[in-house]
Design a protein around this ligand. Structure first.
Ligand SMILES: Cc1cc2nc3c(=O)[nH]c(=O)nc-3n(C[C@H](O)[C@H](O)[C@H](O)COP(=O)(O)OP(=O)(O)OC[C@H]3O[C@@H](n4cnc5c(N)ncnc54)[C@H](O)[C@@H]3O)c2cc1C
Length: 422
């Protein structure tokens, strides 16, 4: 692996056979997360593909010329021409391998793969998921001198890192940018000494053996496991939804309702969450339209009555969203009546989608005792039905899912584990 400057670009990149080039920055957590993967892969592929690094801040002109807009960004070159997809953000080992393999003949790829040696590492505790619950468990365990590894399929932070502003986390007078709050939580846990393995693929989880295999070849073992994998909101799948998440489309009324003072809001959904959250949102919103795919609400009668008696709320039944577009500060939701197929546009200040959340438990669904909604059942110390396996945060069966409650769960699990390991 070699470090270059922009003056070397012509010779080292454009005049070389095959190159992977890493634009990195300092004080960049995703760059730190990439560094060990990059080095490891350079040992595997380095004879066939040149591994180069370039410091983006010092080589801004070249970065701009190549339209590199964030760190880290990986670029792939073959015979002086850029090939394969650019990779940026929380870059996974498997994505780099896919691009590297696409630059080599099949026999060469097979030869390289045969050199991969599986590795095994041992810890006291594995935490799966580095959102507020997992990060807090990591912090408490680390401070109790328990050897802990945090594993996440993305970069640390969980939902908080994509939340626009957080104003209900105690200790801050002003609302905090979600990414800063999660960054601070993550740095605090990392600086304490917790080992991070982030932006990895989870190949297999064996809760009985307390064993997690990541990126196919790396086995991580421990005495205890904490599951802190959170939830994923169900999406409508309408074009524009993913792009506008956190930029006008929200999945949390407690979190973003207060920014809707005097505004017009559209709510998608008709179950208990949609109806109860709509009622809550009218504390702020001037006007609220519920868009629901069925011909009646599916929420309980009491909640429905509140909505029907609320003059700020109107309902559109048999209707589904088709697209979401940002027009200036407004969101335009195009909706379609499923009976007449007539489409219309609703212009509003914010869209809230409440069509359910799903706990992230696919890797261990069959193993644990779950509640009827699929959330993990725990006791008051966060123990699950499997000995030595704990669960914390949004993924567990409970009534309120907030940062503070996830943090509290993480604290309790860590203290219980530290005591057991003593
Ligand atoms: C849009 C939005 C805004 C919100 N705003 C607020 C707010 O303002 N205030 C507030 O208190 N609460 C807010 N919440 C709720 C709050 O974010 C959650 O309650 C909190 O983040 C839960 O923390 P957690 O650690 O349990 O899970 P998460 O934050 O969901 O973190 C889970 C982590 O696990 C990782 N993961 C998932 N699957 C796996 C796997 N198989 N293996 C390893 N890792 C995995 C994920 O990548 C993620 O990093 C908001 C939620 C949303 C969706």
């Amino acid at each position: 692996m070699q470090e270059i400057n922009s003056t070397d670009f012509e010779q080292e990149v454009l005049q070389s056979d095959k190159v992977i080039l890493d634009f990195y920055s300092t004080e960049c957590p995703p760059c730190e997360a990439l560094a060990s993967k990059f080095e490891d892969l350079s040992n595997l592929y380095g004879k066939d593909i040149k591994f180069l690094k370039i410091f983006r801040q010092k080589n801004r002109d070249l970065a701009e010329k190549l339209a590199v807009k964030s760190s880290p960004t990986l670029l792939f070159f073959k015979n002086g021409r850029e090939v394969a997809d650019r990779l940026t953000g929380g870059i996974k080992r498997s994505d780099i391998i896919r691009n590297l393999d696409s630059m080599l003949p099949e026999e060469k790829v097979a030869q390289i793969k045969s050199k991969i040696r599986p590795s095994v590492s041992e810890y006291d505790v594995i935490i799966l998921g580095a959102g507020p619950g997992g990060l807090t468990a990591g912090l408490y365990l680390c401070q109790a001198k328990v050897n802990t590894v945090l594993i996440d399929i993305s970069l640390p932070g969980g939902h908080v890192s994509t939340t626009h502003e957080v104003s209900n986390y105690p200790g801050f007078i002003e609302p905090q940018a979600g990414y800063m709050l999660s960054h601070n939580m993550s740095e605090q846990t990392k600086l304490c000494g917790t080992v991070y393995k982030v932006a990895v693929d989870i190949t297999r989880v064996d809760l009985d053996k307390k064993e997690v295999v990541i990126d196919e070849y790396e086995t991580v073992r421990a005495k205890k496991i904490v599951i802190a994998t959170g939830t994923t909101p169900n999406l409508t799948g309408a074009p524009g939804e993913k792009e506008l998440k956190g930029k006008g489309i929200s999945y949390c009324a407690t979190c973003d309702g207060k920014y809707m003072d005097g505004k017009d809001v559209v709510v998608i959904g008709g179950g208990n969450s949609a109806v109860e959250e709509s009622e809550y949102l009218t504390r702020f919103a001037n006007k609220l339209t519920i868009v629901h795919q069925f011909d009646k609400l599916t929420a309980n009668k009491q909640a429905q009555d509140k909505v029907f008696n609320n003059p700020k709320i109107s309902l559109l039944f048999d209707t589904e969203p088709r697209t979401f577009i940002k027009e200036g500060e407004k969101i335009v939701a195009e909706i379609e009546n499923l009976k007449t197929n007539i489409r219309q546009k609703l212009t509003c200040d914010g869209v809230f989608i409440f069509i359910g959340m799903k706990p992230n438990i696919d890797l261990f669904r069959d193993k644990l005792e779950l509640d009827k909604w699929g959330y993990i059942k725990t006791d008051e110390d966060m123990r699950t039905s499997i000995s030595g396996v704990f669960a914390v945060g949004d993924v567990i069966s409970k009534k309120y899912r907030q940062i503070t409650t996830a943090v509290a769960d993480g604290t309790i699990a860590a203290m219980a584990i530290a005591k057991e390991l003593d």
